[in-house]
Design a protein around this ligand. Structure first.
Ligand code: PLP
Length: 472
């Protein structure tokens, strides 16, 4: 290859390396765009239907940032649900802390290789410190370990694989799961090769929690029948009603019968940061493995979960592997995230978790969590007093399910139309679920941007929609 060819290629690739002036202009444009988005949140509809009207292009020539940002504003930020808005109470909200976006920016700029301790000792130390901080919140012992995952689904998968290798390497042992378990548990069992493990479906008590009697009966029946227990899956906050299973009682039964206790705390586990959460989550510290989601309960942008194991060796046993091209990385004081989960090259996730905790301080997170729980109790109390609304027991955490009882007609059909109407109006977003076979709306209060006025706006939207539907 001649120098002239190299020069030509280099010149053609030059747009990949903006200089300081170009970078400043790009940053200014992105910053202005982000500000317009954030400032629009209080007025933004919580749902915009209609989908996308333009396809993203892929041109050979360099494009302009203004054109790209206009596309993002119209085609990406506008349609669909406004998950960053304070009036977004659907599914499990996250919100997306601004400080975390800055952490992502820095992580992408330095592009430190956070999978291996010798490659990026500081990045790995930071991740391990974040994991340690969460393990301490939970009350796990010193030998606990874990890693940051892309979310709760992968955290649950990693935990279930660790449980499989530790207790059921040959298969044949039984799984105990409630119908309220998140569907990612089924996916994880399938990926782990345990889809056809003997499976016991647990009964629920009147507050949608695992019935301890039902779990004990299943374990006892298996003991008598010679089936050995493998895995009990409990929820620290279910998606439907936010119910917390009786974790301490489940831990007692797991210890007695020799079962692995896995807690799916993707929604609720990190409420251990606030006093009301600690009250509701007693016994969580006795789990063998735990999945949590900082992109829910610590308000981060999507893409951060964590798997924690009370005995870190169990995760390492399941996931550590060696490769010839990585041997120089073998021994290091810090355990590497790559040894604790299925991923090798991965986003440097710790910076988006640590930076907000540094900049806002831990107390701000604790207060925001307590505020969410108080708002859920407030919404529950208000709906209980309003005529027509049927609410179940007070929320364990910050999710509540409820429905409207129309004067006439089918209750489920009415609540389906009610959900659709509230969603389309865009004043507040709430989703629905089925509880004991019946349609209920649910409000999940978990955005750091959700405050009293947003909950009041949601209640007003519900009241107006119910009235309008009854008048039809
Ligand atoms: C959100 C959630 C999951 C799945 O986590 P992702 O982060 O969406 O992958 C699992 N279990 C519960 C209880 C959840 O709320």
């Amino acid at each position: 290859m001649t120098p002239a060819v190299l020069d030509a290629l280099r010149a053609a690739a030059r747009p990949l390396e903006p200089d300081a002036g170009e970078r400043a202009a790009l940053m200014a444009a992105v910053h202005a765009h982000a500000e317009r988005f954030l400032e629009s949140l209080p007025e933004r509809p919580t749902y915009v239907g209609g989908g996308v009207s333009a396809e993203p292009g892929f041109a050979d020539a360099p494009g302009s940032i203004d054109v790209a940002l206009a596309f993002v504003a119209d085609q990406v930020e506008t349609p669909g649900i406004a998950t960053a808005a304070g009036r977004f109470l659907g599914y499990i909200p996250g919100g997306g802390l601004f400080h975390a976006a800055l952490g992502d920016f820095l992580a992408a700029v330095s592009n430190k290789y956070a999978g291996f301790a010798p490659a990026a000792p500081g990045a790995v130390r930071l991740e391990n410190a974040c994991v340690r901080w969460m393990a301490d919140l939970i009350g796990f012992p010193a030998e606990a370990a874990g890693s940051l995952t892309s979310g709760g689904s992968i955290a649950n998968l990693a935990a279930i694989v660790a449980a499989r290798d530790a207790l059921d390497p040959d298969g044949g042992r039984a799984v105990y799961v409630a119908p309220t378990a998140h569907h990612c548990v089924d996916k994880a069992l399938k990926i782990a090769g345990r889809a056809s493990a003997p499976r016991r479906t647990l009964a629920l008590d009147d507050r949608y929690r695992i019935s301890l009697d039902s779990l004990e009966a299943a374990l006892e029946q298996d003991r008598r029948g010679g089936v050995r227990p493998w895995l009990v899956v409990a929820s620290a906050g279910t998606v439907d009603t936010g119910s917390v299973d009786p974790l301490a009682g489940i831990a007692d039964l797991c210890a007695h019968y020799g079962a692995w206790m896995h807690v799916d705390g993707a929604y609720g586990g990190l409420f251990m940061l606030c006093p009301e959460g600690r009250e509701a989550l007693q016994g969580i510290e006795r789990a063998d493995t735990l999945a949590v989601d900082p992109h829910k309960t610590l308000f981060l942008p999507y893409g951060t979960g964590a798997v924690l194991a009370r005995d870190g060796g169990k995760l390492r046993g399941a996931f550590s592997a060696t490769a010839d091209y990585l041997t120089e990385f073998a021994a290091h004081a810090d355990v590497s995230p790559a040894e604790l989960g299925p991923e090798l090259t991965r986003h440097f996730r710790a910076l988006r978790l640590w930076l907000p905790l540094q900049l806002a301080g831990v107390a701000a997170f604790r207060a925001a969590q307590s505020e969410k729980i108080a708002l859920a109790r407030y919404m529950h109390a208000r709906l209980s007093e309003l005529p027509g609304w049927e609410v179940a027991a007070p929320p364990d955490l910050s999710v509540l399910a409820f429905r409207y009882r129309p004067r006439q007609g089918d209750i489920d059909a009415f609540n389906e139309r009610l959900t659709a109407r509230v969603q389309e109006e865009g004043r507040a977003f709430m989703s629905s679920t089925r509880i004991h076979g019946h349609t209920h709306l649910r409000a999940a209060i978990l955005s750091f941007r959700t405050h009293l006025e947003h909950v009041d706006a949601a209640i007003d939207a519900l009241q107006d929609a119910a009235k309008a539907l009854e008048a039809e």
